[in-house]
Write a protein that binds this ligand. Structure first.
Ligand code: C5P
Length: 239
């Protein structure tokens, strides 16, 4: 009897695993359990602050596409310079805050485009998925999260962004308004039964994909699971 072991790979893995760890070694240990053909990885503020560009380069050397999630929000010149060095490093994706305004986003666009053979997607954060309507109104914004996300996503598209970060609760509306080519990257993903933690606008992976998410950012639901690979395989099975 022959046993066929089929290795399935994906051309465009939809899951981005958030490597939110306090040391490079923790992040690299998790990366060693993952397969770059089955997911991408995200380096955020905690890991980057402790381990810097070295860990980004080490992850890329292991074959991973890296989303550098530093959510830049500063004067146009500073943000442009920061995304330019990220693009020169060859990261797969980098982001800025749409609330930094269109002049800041356009400067970032020009800076990324000035890099020869650029491979970096430039996207903008709309409203953090950890924010509830009350959190938003506390910052002086009286629109609902959906209205504010739509407003900022439209601004981001006009400023030349490749897509936005939003909640999968908002993707159906954004898909209709902004078209099929605009990337919708959605954190706030939870497996049924998982705790929401600090996130507020959460959605299951199956619903997020159904609602039109381009990529799912998943941190604790994968990295905090007893068997992270089986959770990743389960999510990949929804595609
Ligand atoms: O553990 P969890 O799945 O909540 O992790 C979500 C990840 O996505 C975190 O690294 C967080 O910083 C990031 N993120 C987010 N909301 C955004 C942008 C990024 O939660 N709008």
């Amino acid at each position: 009897m022959f046993l066929f072991c089929m290795v399935t790979t994906m051309n465009d893995p939809k899951v981005i695993v958030a490597l939110d760890y306090p040391t490079a070694q923790d992040a690299l240990d998790m990366a060693d359990r993952l397969d770059p053909k089955m997911c991408r990885v995200k380096v955020g503020k905690e890991l980057f602050t402790v381990a810097g560009p070295d860990v980004v380069k080490q992850l890329m050397a292991k074959g991973f596409d890296v989303f550098l999630d530093l959510k830049f929000h500063d004067i146009p010149n500073t943000v442009a310079a920061a995304v330019k060095v990220a693009a020169q490093m060859g990261v797969w994706m980098v982001n800025v805050h749409a609330s930094g305004g269109s002049r800041m986003m356009r400067a970032a666009r020009e800076a990324v485009d000035s890099v020869a053979n650029n491979v970096t997607h430039l996207i903008a954060v709309t409203v953090l998925t950890s924010m509830s309507p009350e959190d938003l109104s506390e910052t002086g914004i009286s629109k609902s999260p959906l209205e504010q996300v739509l407003y900022l996503a439209d601004l981001a598209k006009q400023a030349g962004m490749d897509g936005v970060v939003c909640s999968a609760q908002e993707t159906q509306t954004l898909r209709k308004a902004l078209g099929d080519d605009f990337l919708l990257v959605t954190p706030g993903i939870r497996m049924p039964g998982d705790s929401a933690g600090d996130q507020r606008r959460v959605v299951s992976p199956a619903d997020a994909l159904k609602n039109g998410s381009s990529y799912l950012v998943m941190g604790r639901s994968i990295t905090g699971a007893v068997d992270p690979i089986s959770v990743l395989n389960e999510v990949n099975g929804y595609q």
